[in-house]
Write a protein that binds this ligand. Structure first.
Ligand SMILES: [Zn+2]
Length: 382
C-alpha cells in the first residue's frame, strides 16, 4: 500500500531543502503544508526563539477515526548536520547518495518522509486509525535542544516511535545517559625564557590530568572522551589557561557519575601537584569544572506496549526485528526522560554524519511498511 514513487519523490524534495540546525524554517513550512493537506492541525512551538533558530518544532495532531485507540506519537527531526547545504541527491538504482560534497540528509529526512507517506496512505484508503501526534523537531543535531524545549503536555500520545536510526532490522530501546564536561585548568603566566620558575604551565597540568584519566571504552556500557583542547598564547609564554571539553556516556547512571567524578578528580589531583612560591606568594594551579547532564538514558523494556506493537507489526510482514542498545543519544532519550515511552526505529540511512552518507530505498520502503502496520495495529488497541 506504500506508494514507493511518492515516498521517494518526497524524500528527494526534502533533501534538496537546506535545513541545518537552527535554519529549518523552509523545510518546516513545506511539512506544515503536507500535514495540513492530510487534515492535521499543525502548530509550531516557541522552541525556535528559545534556541536562536528561525522556526520551532512542528507539532501536528490527527484525530483519526478510532477514538478508543491509544494515541500514537510519530517523530523525526528536520535538521541536518554540516556540510549540508545545496545537497545534490544522486539516484543510482535503489541507492540514494549525495554528490560527495555534502551529507545526504537522509538523517533524518528519511524518517520525516516515511511518516508523511504513512499518513497519506491512511488518509487515501480511509484506514482505521487512532489519534496520531506528529512531532518534527528542530536542532536534534545541536544537542537535542528542540526536543528539550518541547512541551509534551501538548501531546495526546504517551507512547510512540522516533524514526532516526541506521541499523535496519532493529528497534533501539536502550541508549546511554550522557554528561558534558568543561574544565578550565588555570596556571600562572610568566616569561618562558626569563623566569619560567615564576609560572605554572597549565598545559602541563592538563596533560598530567588527562594522562591519569581512563578514556575511550570504559566497560560494555560506559564510554568517555576528551574531545577538545584549547589554550596557550605564545611559545615564549608559560600558559595560564587550558580549556578542555569532554563527555561521558553510560547505560548506568551510577557508572556515569563515577566516570565523571573520576575525570574531574584526575585534573584536580594534577593541579594540586603544581604549586609555586613566587614574590612571597603561594600559587597553586586550579581547575574550574562545569558538568552538564546532556540527556538521560533511554530504557524501554522489551515488554512495553510500543515494543510489542512494533514486533507484532514486523511479524505480520514476516520480518525479524530485534531490540537493541545504542551508544548514541537521540530525541527518544529526551522524550523518555519527559515521561513518554518511545523507541527508535531504523529508516535505511547509512554512513550518517559523513559526505558518504547513503540510503537504500528498499530499506526506506520496508521501514514505511512497518510504520504503516504499526498504525493499523494500534487502531485496534484499547
Ligand atoms: Zn538523526
Amino acid at each position: 500500500m506504500i506508494n514507493q514513487e511518492r515516498l521517494k519523490k518526497l524524500l528527494i524534495e526534502l533533501i534538496k531543502i537546506d535545513s541545518l540546525s537552527r535554519r529549518e524554517y523552509a523545510v518546516a513550512m513545506r511539512l506544515k503544508r503536507e500535514l495540513e493537506e492530510l487534515g492535521a492541525a499543525v502548530v509550531i512551538d516557541d522552541a525556535g526563539e528559545k534556541v536562536g533558530g528561525n522556526v520551532g518544532n512542528l507539532i501536528a495532531h490527527i484525530s483519526g477515526n478510532q477514538p478508543a485507540a491509544r494515541p500514537l506519537l510519530l517523530s523525526a527531526h528536520m535538521d541536518t548536520v554540516v556540510p549540508g547545504e545545496g545537497v545534490v541527491p544522486i539516484l543510482d538504482g535503489d541507492i540514494l547518495r549525495s554528490d560527495g560534497t555534502t551529507v545526504l540528509g537522509g538523517d533524518d529526512k528519511s524518517g520525516v518522509a516515511i511518516i508523511c507517506e504513512v499518513l497519506r496512505v491512511v488518509q487515501e484508503n480511509h484506514l482505521p486509525c487512532g489519534a496520531i501526534d506528529v512531532v518534527f523537531t528542530i536542532c536534534e543535531e545541536a544537542g537535542l535542544v528542540g526536543a528539550k524545549c518541547l512541551d509534551v503536555g501538548r501531546l495526546h500520545a504517551r507512547t510512540g516511535l522516533v524514526l532516526d536510526s541506521d541499523s535496519v532490522g532493529f528497534l533501539f530501546t536502550k541508549a546511554p545517559a550522557a554528561n558534558r564536561m568543561e574544565f578550565r585548568v588555570r596556571g600562572l603566566e610568566a616569561h618562558a625564557g626569563v623566569c619560567p620558575e615564576n609560572g605554572v604551565n597549565a598545559i602541563k597540568v592538563a596533560a598530567e590530568g588527562i594522562a591519569q584519566m581512563k578514556l575511550g571504552r570504559i566497560d560494555h556500557e560506559t564510554t568517555a572522551n576528551i574531545g577538545l583542547i584549547e589554550g596557550g598564547m605564545a611559545v615564549n609564554i608559560v600558559p595560564n589557561m587550558v580549556l578542555l571539553k569532554g563527555e561521558a556516556r553510560s547505560h548506568s547512571r551510577e557508572k556515569l557519575d563515577r566516570q565523571t567524578e573520576h575525570m574531574r578528580r584526575s585534573l584536580e589531583e594534577a593541579a594540586a601537584r603544581h604549586t609555586i612560591e613566587a614574590g612571597g606568594r603561594r600559587f597553586q594551579a586550579t581547575v574550574e569544572t562545569k558538568i552538564e547532564s546532556d540527556y538521560d538514558r533511554m530504557d524501554v523494556p522489551d515488554g512495553a506496549p510500543i515494543v510489542r506493537l512494533v514486533q507484532a507489526a514486523a511479524k505480520n510482514l514476516d520480518l525479524e526485528l530485534k531490540t537493541m542498545a545504542t551508544g548514541g543519544g537521540c530525541d527518544a532519550n529526551i522524550l523518555n526522560q519527559k515521561g513518554l515511552e518511545v523507541a527508535n526505529l531504523s529508516t535505511g540511512m547509512r554512513d550518517i554524519h559523513t559526505v558518504k552518507e547513503w540510503l537504500d530505498l528498499k530499506d526506506l520502503y520496508l521501514s514505511a511498511r512497518v510504520v504503516l502496520e504499526v498504525v493499523k495495529l494500534n487502531a485496534e488497541s484499547r
